[in-house]
Each structure stands twice: as structure tokens, then as C-alpha cells.
Design a protein around this ligand. Structure first.
Ligand code: SF4
Length: 398
């Protein structure tokens, strides 16, 4: 499979196509660090949820002339817990309501091992996913250390990551992403390097590498508070980030977004929409949408309430925001700087009728002197040091 992807300097504001995000809020068990809107998987609830989701998609009228859709992303939760016919019915609803490009990137998030399903049934599911148009698999590897996996409450082992990866390859998946988390409590720099080596040895097309974010109210936050687990160490996390850039880039991957790396041509087309200001339409509980201009909206977070609202022929939308000029400018800086090719200055001027230089002259000079940004006649972008300290840059500019 070859994926068409715009070059590093494509004009993001004239990108006409949109993405669709589908939220599936079920998991086999709850991970200790997770604060996503997910609940336990149960067949009957999943069935009712999928019918509500299909109704929402078919009745959707938020945008008069929606853009052609060229990415579909099944996220969650664990969307791979759905049956193939449920995935197919959601796709049919999407095709019914939207014009979908023939070469659309269609991603399914999966969990290695998937709850102890047998090898044979997993292999069969993978072939069926391909047959219904899924062409990218994104999986939550998180770490190749069994002790850390257990601590995170993950149900898979390091061996499951390798075997699931191989099964996906055997089935014919040519575009695979791993999510990995750095900065786990007690993780050492050597442990992180071993993780990177294990991931690079398998050579997925894409790597999303995140620093652990401890969210209030999660079991992990409580364990850290009670002293049961060590506090994440910010300096060590910084070293892990720098090591990650060096090792992953040396292996031939390009660092195209603060936390994302890909082999050439395998950038996530879907996630790039979030950073580049393209439209995306979200369906399911807690899904967010953006019309590509000034309107954002969000659905009810709770799955049961979401199903009830759809059943009453109501809209699941609970929040709407109209961006002011200032909001839109701040967002475009914050999101544009996440991409390592940065903000196209001419596009910025064409969109907002002002230049970044005229708005932030002194601040830009100070950030440049601190080695956090680079600016030339075409673009404003983060340096590698700026990517590590991106929050400091965002605090000044966005
Ligand atoms: S599998 Fe993902 S969504 Fe589900 S509980 Fe774990 S981290 Fe959260």
C-alpha cells in the first residue's frame, strides 16, 4: 500500500479534505494511568452503542457542504473489540453520509494480545479488518518491559507486542504505529533505550512517543501520592526525549511532530489534520469536531447518556465554541508549532491579515536567542531544544 501524503511544505490552509474520528469507549480492563472516556466492554452495550453511532452519523447535518473525507480513525478505548460486522456498519454509515476518497487512510487502534483471544481468531480478525478497508493499525505497545506493563495495568506482555506485530504483518498490514510512553515511575534511561531498541527492531512505519502525563484521580496518581510509586523525574524525562530523537532519527525515521516519528511517507494523515487546521468530524461519546474555520463542538462524554440522547432523537452535542480572531490565531500558532516544519508565515498572513513578526517581534527575538525557535522568510519552527521545552514557547506565543 502506498500512502499519498503532502510534502513538508504543503499549504495546510488550502487542504480541502477532512478526517472522521469514531470513538469506541470500551476496554477489557482499566489501565492505571488512563483518564479517557472508556468503560468495560460488554457485548450488549457495545451493540446498542454502535447503532446509536450509526444513527448519529446518518443524521449529521452540522456542516452544509462537508469536505471530502480522506481519513477515518477508529480510536478509544479499544475499537478492535468490535466485531467486523460492527466496524463494517459504521463504515457503511460514513459512506452513506460523506464522500470518502478512494485512497482514504483508515486506522484502527488495537491492543496487543487483545484480551487473550486465540491466535487463530486474532489472525482471522486481522484479515477481516483489511477486507473491510482498515489499512493502518495503531497499537498501544506502551513499553516492552513486563514489569512496567503490569504496573500500568496493561493486559499484554512484551512478547504479545512482537507476536501481534508479526500477525499484522502476515495478514498484510503495511502501515503500523506503536504508541510508547517514556518517564514511567522507576523507569531508567537504560530501560527507555531498551524500549526504543525493541521497537526499532520491529520497524513499524510510525512511532508515537509520549512522556507520561499523570492525571489527577487516576490510580497511578494515587499510587504516586501515597509513595507507593516514585514521582516522575522531569530531568530524566528530558534526557529520554533527547535520546529518543537521536536514536529514532538515526534509524531512518523523520521527526515530523513533537511526539511523532515516521518512515518517509508514513506520517499519520489523520493526526496531521489536528495540527494543521484541517476539518475533522467526530462521532461517538466525547468526540470533538472542528469545521476547519471557526466552529468547534463536542459530544456528551458519558456513553450511556450519549446513547440515550441519540435514542430521544436529540443531538449528542453538549458544547459549542465559536473561535474569535484571537482564539483562531493562538490555536494556529499552538498547533502549527507542534509540526516540526512549523508555521508557514505566508499562510498565516493570508489567513489572519497580520504577520507574526508584527505581533510578537520582541518575543520572537528572545525565543531565538534562547535557541528555542528558528525563523526565516518562510517559516517559524521549533528547534529540537524548543520541542523539548515547547510549553515555554507556547506560553509566550499562544
Ligand atoms: S486501553 Fe487505552 S483507553 Fe483503555 S483503559 Fe487502557 S489506556 Fe485507557
Amino acid at each position: 500500500m502506498s500512502l499519498a501524503f503532502p510534502s513538508a511544505h504543503y499549504n495546510v490552509y488550502s487542504m480541502p479534505s477532512a478526517g472522521i474520528y469514531i470513538h469506541i469507549p470500551f476496554c477489557r480492563s482499566r489501565c492505571s494511568y488512563c483518564d479517557f472516556a472508556t468503560g468495560m466492554y460488554e457485548g450488549g452495550i457495545a451493540g446498542r452503542y454502535v447503532s446509536a453511532l450509526c444513527s448519529e452519523i446518518k443524521a449529521w447535518r452540522e456542516v452544509d457542504k462537508p469536505s471530502v473525507v480522506d481519513t477515518i480513525y477508529f480510536g478509544g478505548g479499544t475499537p478492535s473489540l468490535l466485531t467486523t460486522s460492527q466496524i463494517e456498519s459504521i463504515e457503511a454509515a460514513i459512506h452513506d453520509r460523506f464522500e470518502v476518497a478512494d485512497d482514504a487512510e483508515v486506522t484502527l487502534e488495537i491492543n496487543p494480545g487483545d484480551g487473550g483471544a486465540s491466535d487463530a481468531s486474532r489472525r482471522e480478525s486481522m484479515s477481516q479488518w483489511l477486507a473491510v478497508g482498515i489499512n493502518r493499525a495503531s497499537f498501544g505497545a506502551q513499553t516492552f518491559d513486563d514489569r512496567d506493563l503490569k504496573q500500568l495495568g496493561r493486559t499484554h506482555s512484551a512478547a504479545d507486542i512482537s507476536s501481534t506485530f508479526q500477525q499484522l504483518r502476515d495478514a498484510g498490514f503495511a502501515n503500523i504505529n506503536f504508541d510508547l510512553i517514556a518517564g514511567l515511575p522507576g523507569q531508567t534511561l537504560d530501560g527507555w533505550k531498551r524500549n526504543l531498541e525493541a521497537a526499532l527492531k520491529l520497524r513499524p512505519e510510525h512511532l508515537s512517543l509520549y512522556l507520561l502525563d499523570v492525571h489527577e484521580g487516576t490510580p497511578l496518581a494515587d499510587q504516586i501520592k501515597s509513595g507507593m510509586r516514585p514521582k516522575p523525574d522531569d530531568d530524566l524525562a528530558g534526557e529520554m526525549y533527547t535520546t529518543m530523537i537521536e536514536e529514532v532519527c538515526a534509524a531512518g525515521y523523520q521527526h515530523y511532530e513533537i511526539s511523532n516519528f515516521s518512515l518517509p511517507g508514513f506520517e499519520s494523515r489523520h493526526n496531521t489534520k489536528y495540527w494543521s487546521g484541517a476539518a475533522y468530524y467526530g462521532f461517538g461519546c466525547s468526540a470533538h469536531s472542528y469545521d476547519g474555520a471557526r466552529r468547534r463542538w463536542a459530544n456528551e462524554r458519558d456513553a450511556a447518556k450519549y446513547v440515550e440522547m441519540i435514542g430521544q432523537n436529540g443531538s449528542p452535542i453538549v458544547e459549542r465554541t465559536n473561535l474569535s480572531d484571537e482564539d483562531a490565531r493562538a490555536e494556529s500558532i499552538f498547533l502549527g508549532l507542534r509540526l516540526m516544519h512549523g508555521i508557514d508565515l505566508r499562510n498565516y498572513e493570508a489567513r489572519f491579515g497580520t504577520t507574526l513578526r508584527s505581533e510578537y517581534n520582541g518575543e520572537l527575538d528572545r525565543l531565538m536567542e534562547a535557541g528555542l525557535i528558528e525563523i526565516d522568510s518562510q517559516s517559524l519552527k521549533l528547534t529540537e531544544r524548543g520541542a523539548l521545552l515547547s510549553n515555554e514557547v507556547f506560553a509566550v506565543l499562544a
